[in-house]
Design a protein. Structure first.
Lengths: 502, 502
């Protein structure tokens, strides 16, 4: 017979082991995208599949459930740290054991082929190539959702994977309000006679100089290059191996300044969160990030609220002029600041500006719900997408590669993922507004190149908390307000009202 | 009840799993040396320790032994492929289970501290800092050897780890004969009035140009950069992750041509062996390399017999002149060829030339045997080393950092390792002599930049065989001669006799 304390200690040990296995796989995944030679693909797939299988076997062993039940029934649950870890272990364990292993394997297998089909469909601009694979993934996803279970809406079971505890109804309400505010703002900007000189960000920016500038900026924000690296990839991402080792990546475009620079700030935001999680809790939920939405709030906060802010460029524009000699001789700081904040309806989500970005997400949220609810047939996705897009943006989608084929997510059955991007924007606005209240000279300090007050505020209120609170709770505790569209709309109105003289 | 075939299939599956675990650890180890940021050290150590532990647990489970015994007692052993795999599984399994886990762990733990002490001792040039750690490692190594067991000599148990099946008595006989030939040759060279213009390899060779040249040369030999990479490290090595992914590394010295160039050819030799192992046997001994000695025979063959050969420079010297403009304008091919083959007694093994290199190994072989036999006290190692060194080379060791503290091997308890370096040289000479007999125009082809005949010959006779034969057997089968010093001495006499006009 073990005591509850022994059971808890064993759970911690298992949790640490599971975390190490995932962290090893993170190294393999990062290396695959950065340096692996082409012929290494098959072996790397075997290595990763082995680690996934090992993780699954370790996690779903009945012993894990038995230990959890023992701790849950004990007085140890009065310890808040124990309670948090047990809550999150239970959540993940239930999700893992409820879905039959065969279904997981079939989904993995289908996704591999679906991904290739998606790549081909996008290249050929032919949705029908992807359609049968997508249909199968939707069917498998619906079955998974049924196994997991839900109260109101089948889509809740999917959302819960990426934003634990959040519901479709909540998100729908937030998005409805946000859309009501965004559509007239987009309209007003479109009608404004004031336009930025966007050509200034499309001049020749030498890649080696871009790297120096972007690394210097991310280091100034607080990204620690002794415990991290910046590497070059095709599709940028951030990856945390564990304490002391967080990797960020980007791609370089010599003719478009924004792409790498704001990309690096974005990934640095993810990186700052990961670098400042409590290392002493590594291996347990208390040492992990809350959710994709909270994660995205940090990438967006550092990229947009900080990096696309006037205070930031007060400090960095003179440095940009030094680092890119002659390129910016005829450009003022105000013109540059306006150029990096140009608003323009566009077809591609990842290239969208701060104002129109969220409309891209809402469109996907609507379509996904209809797909999963069985209200939209797979064959009808392109038509529904294009119609809705014109309604949201007022422009016609020219072809499916710029429409429903543009995102990778569905090809790996990532239904429920998109909304976390827009939630991240809402949370970021709430956190940033609160940080400005708590630190009255926040932006004066930023204008001096001093990001420490902001980093300390975020570390104290968010990063150091690990998974102590679910996203909704965290937002409420930190900002005194439930998740809301209002701070984001207030921020956008103030910033773009001034820029476009609305 | 299982059939022997089922038992064999299960062994193959376990063996594949063990290989994958090791191959994942190889990725982590390579990344640690190439790209990992400094603060990632502790996490990486945890990750690697986890994989080592997993490998040990999987390998030493009694099930593995039971399955082995079942196959060994069956008629399956008449299948030569089965017999090879079972022989090697048995060899490794017995070594793994004979040594108690606690002893393995204590050795690992001691080695970590011993390594730091060795680094410090070397820096401070103070053997006493390393001495107590070395004493403990020697004690642990002796205990390990006793657990493993041996027939004649305790040192056999150690040698058997790196050169399976080879004995101290065999190696001692080979080395005695080799030494009897080498000492007068070194003497004759020292007395020759003919000297190379060594300054030509110490001119300014731009590192980016060196990289282009070295990569081009290794690709010409046959190293496949679609299934491999060359990266920069402090201590160069080659690492095979598995089929399709073999990594080589080097370090660059802008003022010494030989260091990176011949280093890359050396590691390419290891890489060519690994890239041409039979991929269909990956995960079993038939898909693995024979021993450290055979491995070193390939790095040495490509580095020295090919890369330091006259035929090679007939093709590559004109290219070197193009790639390093002006650097070699006043140098003839013959002068360059002589300069990269300069013979000079020196203190540091890794910098030694082809002739004196083996004397460095013999010295270590003698000292190690005395240490392990308990005939040489740890405190007396520096004295014994320096005395023996003067006897071998005729020069006085100035301090221990250029003497018994120069090599890393003892700090990880790698006793028995060194002799494989000299065995590699002997085998290389035997293989190369035989290849020239079988392919009469071998060196004319090399002089035309065509290395395919040699690579094909080596692939057919050595690489494609995996572990089918132990090293001694392999050398006998391929060359018709047991391991011998004669082909190496004949090669050295011919080459250096001509260069130094002896």
């Amino acid at each position: 017979m073990s005591t509850p304390q022994q059971a808890f200690d064993e759970l911690k040990k298992l949790s640490k082991e599971l975390t190490l296995v995932r962290s090893i796989d993170a190294v393999l995944g990062w290396e695959r995208e950065t340096y692996m030679p082409p012929k290494g693909e098959a072996l790397r797939a075997d290595q990763s599949a082995y680690l996934s299988g090992l993780h699954h076997r370790l996690f779903t062993q009945p012993r894990f459930g038995d230990l959890l039940a023992e701790v849950e029934a004990s007085e140890l649950m009065n310890d808040p740290d124990v309670a948090v870890n047990v809550r999150e272990w239970r959540h993940a364990y239930d999700r893992a054991v409820k879905v039959p292993t065969e279904l997981v394997e079939e989904t993995t297998h289908t996704a591999v082929m679906a991904h290739s089909a998606w790549v081909e469909a996008r290249k050929k601009i032919d949705f029908s190539v992807f359609q049968p694979h997508l249909a199968k993934l939707i069917d498998l996803t619906r079955r998974k959702a049924e196994y997991i279970g839900y109260e109101e809406n089948i889509y809740d079971a999917l959302l819960d994977e990426y934003e634990p505890g959040e519901t479709t109804a909540n998100v729908a309400r937030l998005f409805r309000n946000l859309r009501a505010g965004l559509v007239p703002l987009v309209q007003a900007i479109a009608e404004s006679p004031v336009r930025p000189r966007t050509e200034v960000v499309h001049r020749e920016y030498a890649v080696d100089r871009q790297r120096v500038f972007a690394e210097a900026a991310s280091a100034a924000l607080g990204f620690d290059y002794l415990g991290g690296r910046l590497d070059t990839v095709t599709h940028p991402f951030a990856s945390r191996f564990g304490p002391g080792d967080v990797r960020i990546t980007t791609r370089w475009n010599p003719r478009f300044f924004n792409e790498a620079f704001f990309g690096v700030l974005h990934e640095s935001g993810h990186g700052l969160y990961e670098q400042n999680l409590p290392a002493e809790h590594f291996g347990t939920p208390l040492g992990e990030s809350v959710s994709l939405g909270i994660h995205e709030s940090q990438s967006r906060l550092w990229e947009n609220f900080v990096g696309r802010g006037r205070a930031f460029w007060r400090h960095f524009f003179p440095r940009a002029r030094q680092i890119f000699p002659r390129v910016l001789d005829d450009v003022t700081m105000d013109e540059f600041y306006f150029a990096v904040n140009a608003v323009e309806p566009s077809f591609i989500r990842v290239e969208a500006d701060e104002v129109t970005y969220n409309l891209h997400i809402m469109l996907r949220f609507e379509i996904e719900q209809a797909i999963i609810a069985g209200e939209l047939d797979v064959a009808d996705i392109p038509g529904a997408w294009n119609e809705m897009f014109e309604g949201f943006f007022g422009i016609k989608v020219p072809d499916d590669s710029q429409g429903c084929l543009q995102d990778v997510h569905w090809s790996f059955a990532g239904f429920g993922y998109f909304s976390t991007y827009a939630l991240g924007n809402l949370y970021a606005a709430q956190f940033y507004a609160r940080a400005k209240e708590d630190v009255p000279d926040l932006e004066e300090r930023i204008a001096l190149g001093d990001f420490a007050p902001l980093l300390h505020w975020l570390s104290e209120h968010i990063y150091s908390q690990g998974m102590r609170y679910r996203s909704r709770q965290l937002v409420e505790r930190v900002t005194g307000q439930a998740p809301s569209h209002e701070p984001l709309m207030a921020y956008l109105h103030a910033k773009f009202g001034e820029l476009y003289q609305l």
